[in-house]
Structures are given as C-alpha cells and as structure tokens.
Design a binder for this molecule. Sequence first.
Ligand SMILES: Cc1cc2nc3c(=O)[nH]c(=O)nc-3n(C[C@H](O)[C@H](O)[C@H](O)COP(=O)(O)OP(=O)(O)OC[C@H]3O[C@@H](n4cnc5c(N)ncnc54)[C@H](O)[C@@H]3O)c2cc1C
Length: 286
Amino acid sequence: MDFLRPTTWEEALAAKADRPDAVPIQGGTDVMVEINMDVRRPAALLDLNQVTELREWAMVGGTCRVGAAVPYARIIDELGGPLPGLAQAARTVGSPQIRNRGSVGGNLGAASPAGDSHPPLLAAGAVVEVDSRERGVRMIPADEFYLGVKRSALEPDELIRAVHVRPATGPQYFSKVGTRNAMVIAVCSFAIALHPDERRVGTGIGSAAPTPRRALEAEELLARELDWTAPLDPALTRRFGELCAAAAAPIDDVRGKAAYRVHAIGVMARRTLAWAWNDHLGKRAA
Ligand SMILES: Cc1cc2nc3c(=O)[nH]c(=O)nc-3n(C[C@H](O)[C@H](O)[C@H](O)COP(=O)(O)OP(=O)(O)OC[C@H]3O[C@@H](n4cnc5c(N)ncnc54)[C@H](O)[C@@H]3O)c2cc1C
C-alpha cells in the first residue's frame, strides 16, 4: 500500500488527480476500521493530516467556513454558538477519543446515511466545498451531496475542503435514537433549524432512508401555516410529525425495524419543533 503525505492543499489535489484510487484519510475513525476489518485494502492512502488549513474554521462573508478536518471536539468547544445543531450532533458522536479525531469532512466522505453531522447540515442549509486540480472548486448544497448509501457527489479526483454553514438565526435541535446513550450509531436521528428571518424551518432526517434527507413537504407545511408570533398549534405539530415520518424510507436492519424508525422520526420531529418553538417564543418575549 502506497502512503501519500502532501503538506499543502495543492499537493493534496495533485496527488488525488494523479492517484484517483488513493483513499483520503483524515481522523481515520472510519478508514482504519475498514482496513483493520479487511473491508477494503486500498492501493494507496492519501493522508491529509499535514494539510493544516483543513483544521481551521473562519467566518467568511457572514458564513462559517469549517475546514474538513476540524474535529468534533472543537466544533463542540468553539462553534456551539453559531452552529448549535451541528455542535449538538457532534456531542453524540462516539466517545471523547472519536470526537478528538473524527471530522465532519470524514463524515461527509463516508456519506453513511447514519452519519450524525448530516441532519443538522441539511436543516441549516449547509454547502459542501469540494475541489480538484482539473476543475477547481465546486460548491454543492448538502441536499445534493448525498446520492445513495455511502455514495456522494464527490468525483474520484476531488477532495472535500470545507463545509459552509450560515450561523443560526433561530433555535436548532438534534435528536438521536440509539440502543444506548454513548458510542452508538444512530438507529435514526432528526435535526431542526428555525430560520425566523426567512420564515422557514429546515429539517434533516438521518438513518431512515438510503441517504440523509430533508422532509420537504413538512417544511412546506410550516412555511405555509406557521404563525411565528403565536404558540404552536397542536394540530399543526401533529401534521408536521406525520409528514416527517412520511418522508422517511427506512429498512429493517440490525439496529432497528423500519416501522420503529418511521414512528421515532415522527416523535422526534414533534419534540424538536416544540423545543425550538419554546426557545423562539421565549426569545421574542425577552
Ligand atoms: C467507535 C466509533 C464510534 C463512532 N461513532 C459515530 C457516531 O456516533 N456518529 C457518527 O456519525 N459516526 C461515528 N463513527 C464514525 C466516524 O467516527 C465518523 O464518520 C467520522 O466523522 C469520520 O471522520 P474521520 O475524520 O475519522 O474520517 P476518515 O476515517 O479519515 O475518513 C472517512 C471517509 O471520508 C473520506 N475522507 C476523509 N477526509 C476527506 C476529504 N477531505 N475529502 C474527501 N474524502 C475524505 C475517507 O476517504 C473515508 O472514506 C464512529 C466510529 C468509531 C470507530
């Protein structure tokens, strides 16, 4: 196995262009498990750990640009204010060791339907920045990034450079059902983001379809019928839960039954909407 170790982004893009078969490795919390378990034996590994710019985040033109390698631990410590949904999801990932190594870039690279960063990225309307030597930068909205089970819009010569997320303008929540409280891959998960400035509510469903996805009809319902100054209408909340559940398309697997996942998505959708709405009204009253 060849081991490629670029020290700059340009070297990394050149290495990927010359060796599209090289598997990028960042925190290694997915890649090393696959190698150790003999799930795959790549001809080459492309180690991105020397490309220090990937570990930086910055506010760029009013948007938070999070380098692909910023680990979950730093998202929790440093970005809980502007990106509360993503930070909440990060808190549920693995263990402290995994959160110190694992990154959102790696979660996107793996594109597992159960990845915890996907629902909050979808709900917040995030955009993934990918780059290649031949075609340059592409900005891919999160809801166009996931194409199938562990398949994304990333081309073989491309690398993920960053993810761009607008700082929250309203409450955000992430909810995850697991078979225990820690070190657990989601049975299913749900994220919500209120965007009061746009009179819009964003959603993200995890581990309940071949890809992470938004509940579009549920979002449209709230865009049409929410009164942003009034308490939540229980009938509207119920309908929102039903439409979120209907947007799921899960399977039975070792972690859970499809019927349970559909039910749980409906419950989490209602709960997170109520939590977010309480915060929203509390803030208005303050
Ligand atoms: C014990 C354990 C518990 C876990 N718990 C959770 C959990 O609760 N929730 C969860 O979502 N995940 C969990 N995971 C999975 C893993 O930690 C996450 O998916 C993490 O985000 C991967 O990040 P990484 O930097 O380690 O990625 P890596 O393992 O380095 O890479 C993951 C994938 O992304 C690709 N990749 C990495 N960087 C780039 C890049 N810049 N451009 C293009 N492709 C790239 C790699 O080639 C690979 O396909 C767990 C893993 C373990 C071992």
